[in-house]
Design a protein around this ligand. Structure first.
Ligand SMILES: Cc1cc2nc3c(=O)[nH]c(=O)nc-3n(C[C@H](O)[C@H](O)[C@H](O)COP(=O)(O)OP(=O)(O)OC[C@H]3O[C@@H](n4cnc5c(N)ncnc54)[C@H](O)[C@@H]3O)c2cc1C
Length: 232
């Protein structure tokens, strides 16, 4: 797809989790991308300071585009000061980490932290087009308060027969009252969700993705079945 630049108005800001916000911008008519791809984003008054953000909304949604961002350092502190009506500059789309309609395989989506954003783009797209691919989403967060899109994921899990959401928490404390799975996404968790011929989409920080790749390889998953989006 052709790389283009856009100036897009912020129309909604959503508090998703601890230090995580979604910035929703109005979509331009000629803005094209595949589910899972990313754009380089900058602020109007500082075009040189730009960072990559996955598109979390479905490419099918022509009204708006969402990016979901964790507060970290230089750029994100400035972004978190933005208000409704401010503009963001988007350049893209970029990346080979994407889902296309002709992928008929079942999907295993594995995300850590804000890596869920690209996987949510794929999930929302498959839902919006009512595609038959079975999706298993394995998601690792520090605490229950760090789970991004929790309500939407739980709803999808209940409503859609071909969508399974499996959450794990890596830093549980008694006050969280978390009765679900704990610990990292490990061999057992992946083994339970492996299906013959699935495609694996991995997204998150570098150490997370590396760890999951080595587990998948140990389990005999071929390189061609694995797509990765590595941050940092
Ligand atoms: C393909 C791709 C897609 C991405 N998609 C997303 C996405 O959807 N959502 C998302 O949130 N990010 C995403 N990222 C990461 C994003 O591009 C930025 O790197 C991130 O937002 C940090 O930018 P920053 O300027 O705020 O941090 P920087 O100032 O660039 O800091 C970078 C690093 O310095 C350290 N650091 C700096 N300040 C602090 C601090 N106060 N506390 C702790 N550590 C600190 C951290 O190690 C941090 O990783 C993506 C990256 C890539 C490559």
């Amino acid at each position: 797809m052709e790389i283009k630049e856009y100036k897009l108005e912020i129309i909604k800001i959503i508090d998703e989790a601890i230090e995580v916000k979604t910035f929703r911008v109005k979509r331009e008519k000629d803005m094209e991308f595949y589910a899972g791809q990313f754009f380089m984003v900058s602020l109007e008054d500082d075009p040189k300071l730009q960072r990559a953000y996955s598109i979390a909304s479905s490419p099918d949604n022509k009204e708006y585009v969402d990016i979901t961002v964790t507060l970290v350092g230089k750029f994100t502190h400035k972004l978190f000061e933005c208000k409704l009506g401010d503009y963001l500059m988007f350049k893209g789309p970029y990346g080979k980490f994407y889902f296309e309609d002709d992928m008929k395989n079942n999907l295993v989506l594995i995300g850590g932290g804000c890596g869920i954003a690209a996987l949510m783009g794929i999930t929302r797209y498959c839902k919006s087009k009512n595609l038959p691919n079975n999706i298993k989403l394995l998601y690792s967060s520090k605490t229950p308060e760090h789970i991004v899109y929790r309500k939407e994921l739980e709803k999808l899990n209940e409503e859609r027969d071909n969508f399974d959401y499996i959450q794990t928490i890596t830093r549980p404390k008694p006050e969280h009252n978390w009765n679900g799975r704990t610990g990292r996404i490990d061999e057992d968790m992946i083994k339970e969700n492996i299906e013959e011929g699935s495609l694996y989409f991995l997204c998150g920080p570098v150490e997370f993705v590396k760890g999951v790749i080595s587990t998948l390889e140990k389990l005999g998953i071929k390189k061609e079945q694995i797509r990765t989006d590595i941050w940092g």
